[in-house]
Design a protein. Sequence first.
Length: 255
Amino acid sequence: MNDLRKVAQEQSTDTKSAIGGTRMSEAATPAVAAGNRVSTTRIVGGAGVALAASVAVQNAVFVGTGAPAFGDPLGEVLAYHAENRGAVAVAVGQEAVNLPLLLLFVTGLHGLVQRRGGAGADWSRLAVAAGATLSAVFALVMTTHIAVVLAADGLAEPTPAFELVWQLHAAAFALALPALGATFIGAALATHASGLTRPWQRLLGVAGGSLLILAGAGNLAIADGSPLLFVGLPGFAAWLVWLVVTGLRLIRGQG
């Protein structure tokens, strides 16, 4: 009988321990989930800041080496690409960093919006779709730019083929503007609706994105060298500012 009582007591103790362990596990689960959410938020914020920095450096390379505008004489375009092949290679190669960062940012942002109740989810879906389109178009932009550099090698003067490739590059760049504008507007409206950003960031996104779409509507003129491209320049600058501010807010856990 004593043995039976000891066995019963041991089983009771084991059961209580198991129940206690289960309760501790259940209590720990929300904490682990919260930690994962914080980690994801910081990753998305870091991707946004890194994307803005990478794009800024990429454009600084072009500006610092005196890259020609689409409306400049073809002779200047040829001379630039023949003399600055290394700099262009660095800038074009940097797109291999920009594209994954962009996709990580917009898809991660969509996840954050959904986890905060889904307010603004439709806008975040727009940002994801437009961001994927932007990635594809910018791949074409860089592909044609590589073709321009290769075509310039060994040419003494511009040829019709060289002119055509340059115009294709300009046209692809012009078509990337509305894709960027839609990405900007979708991301700005989604983050505001879910409480991740301040009201002024929504206004910046709508205004900057609209300028990019407006400039992109003149893609044929831009491909022919029109300065209409510069209408979208303030929108592009606004995109970089928005990325940095939003990224820092996410890293700090604000919103």
